[in-house]
Ligand binder design. Structure first.
Ligand SMILES: NC(=O)c1ccc[n+]([C@@H]2O[C@H](COP(=O)([O-])OP(=O)(O)OC[C@H]3O[C@@H](n4cnc5c(N)ncnc54)[C@H](O)[C@@H]3O)[C@@H](O)[C@H]2O)c1
Ligand SMILES: [Fe+2]
Length: 401
């Protein structure tokens, strides 16, 4: 059956070095008067609050700062953020940071608008309507959360990452200012950058929209591959192959930072419409148990999952190899496709992503539970181009050990 695809984004996307200077005017046009800025202490210490506060203050917009964000935010952090937000009665939220702070601002907006607690909204399309106006200002080039429909949190009790997925979570305004990423430490640049590559590759090789197996009555923000997302993913892969190593090695290289910021947003636009797949489904239990960063977990697993998915998407992987700068002249399709895997392996090593699960302290005994948890994440697994069994997942985890 042929389906119809759609495309969602942030309401407005403003991109460019110095774009944060426009925040006051942009927030004013949204008629915002009281903003809660959701951020963390490391970013305050890095001086990143100033470029946001200055333009807001100049435009007469009052604000309060919640600086208690943390990487891979837990449900406790959400509660602490809400405790500050409720009495302040803001008319909008501004997420300033990497995916962690932006996702915290998103879930806080949901709960402030619709009540209850974060876990009432876990899963697909459970947010009942629009939320308080959201502005997202990324300081990493990675998650694309500034344009996506997701908020990802850590459920510590069950040792797993959980997601809230709803098109109501797309920010009304995304302001992507590459200058804000220049202070990213090396590991944050590397981990968030390879997360963006994972988004682009998973979107580009996902199951086709035509064959997206959404059971009757179920809704999803994901819809499988489609032509518009393909363009975005291709460009993102090319930019990341060219600019990620340089952004890691030379943090002050503005061209590398700007290209990575663009790539991460393009990858976010692609995956948040198409879906992410097996790499992400396998990373959620790994991240939940080891507390590695989301990007490090994804980057570690990416080549192993690519190898598994290769037979289902040979021409696409061959194209990825070329986008990553590989010369595939004279190679047959499967050899050309394999070059995509080796290119990602080389990139991963060059930027210092852990090679194997044992480098994160994972033991063989943990793998069956990881595999079981992965198989439970059906909303993502159905995006994968190749169907996966319990044995397949365990096999990939064993290879990655
Ligand atoms: N919402 C989505 O669509 C989506 C997509 C992918 C991942 N995620 C989630 O996003 C989170 C990861 O986000 P991330 O990779 O952007 O990292 P992050 O937000 O977790 O930030 C990592 C660390 O880097 C610091 N940092 C960030 N920017 C900095 C800067 N410019 N200068 C100095 N320090 C800086 C932060 O303070 C933090 O300590 C995970 O929880 C992941 O699951 C969300
Ligand atoms: Fe991701």
């Amino acid at each position: 059956m042929r389906q119809t695809w759609t495309f969602h984004s942030a309401g407005q996307l403003v991109f460019g070095p110095g774009a944060a200077d426009q925040l006051g005017e942009l927030a004013g046009r949204m008629r915002l008067k009281r903003l809660l800025i959701v951020t963390d202490r490391s970013l305050v210490a890095a001086g990143l609050l100033k470029p946001v506060q200055g333009p807001l203050a100049a435009a007469g917009i009052s604000f309060e700062v919640f600086d208690g964000g943390e990487p891979e935010p837990s449900l406790d952090v959400v509660e602490r953020c809400l405790a500050q937000a409720r009495p302040f009665k803001s008319d909008g939220l501004l997420g300033l940071g990497g995916g962690s702070n932006m996702d915290l601002a998103k879930i806080a907006a949901v709960v402030l608008t619709h009540g209850g607690a974060a876990n009432d909204y876990f899963g697909e399309d459970r947010v009942p309507g629009p939320v308080l106006p959201l502005i997202c200002v990324p300081t990493t080039a990675g998650t694309g959360s500034e344009v996506t429909a997701a908020s990802v949190l850590t459920d510590k009790a069950n040792q797993i990452k959980v997601g809230v997925l709803s098109n109501y979570l797309r920010p009304q305004l995304a302001v992507v200012d590459p200058l804000l990423t220049v202070s990213c430490p090396r590991t944050v640049t590397a981990d968030s950058g390879i997360d963006a590559l994972t988004h682009a590759i998973e979107a580009y090789t996902a199951i086709d929209n035509e064959h997206f197996p959404l059971p009757p009555g179920e809704r999803s923000v994901y819809q499988g591959r489609h032509p518009l997302a393909d363009c975005l993913a291709e460009k993102a892969i090319e930019l990341i192959g060219r600019h990620l190593p340089r952004a890691v090695e030379s943090p002050g290289d503005l061209a590398a930072r700007e290209n990575m910021a663009l790539a991460a947003t393009l990858a976010g636009l692609a995956f948040s419409n198409v879906g992410v797949a097996l790499v992400h489904a396998m990373e959620y239990p790994v991240g939940g148990a080891t507390h590695c960063s989301h990007g490090a977990g994804n980057g570690l697993l990416l080549p192993f999952v690519m190898r598994f998915n290769l037979p289902a998407r040979l021409p696409h992987f061959a194209r990825i190899a070329r986008l990553l700068g590989e010369d595939t002249t004279g190679l047959g399709e499967s050899d050309a496709a394999l070059r995509a895997v080796t290119a990602v392996e080389r990139l991963k090593a060059a930027i210092g992503i852990p090679a194997r699960l044992r480098d994160l302290g994972v033991t063989r005994e943990q793998l069956p539970l990881f595999a079981e948890k992965t198989l439970g994440i059906k909303r993502i697994l159905r995006v994968n181009p190749r169907p996966v069994t319990a044995d397949d997942v365990l096999g990939i985890f064993e290879e990655a050990l």
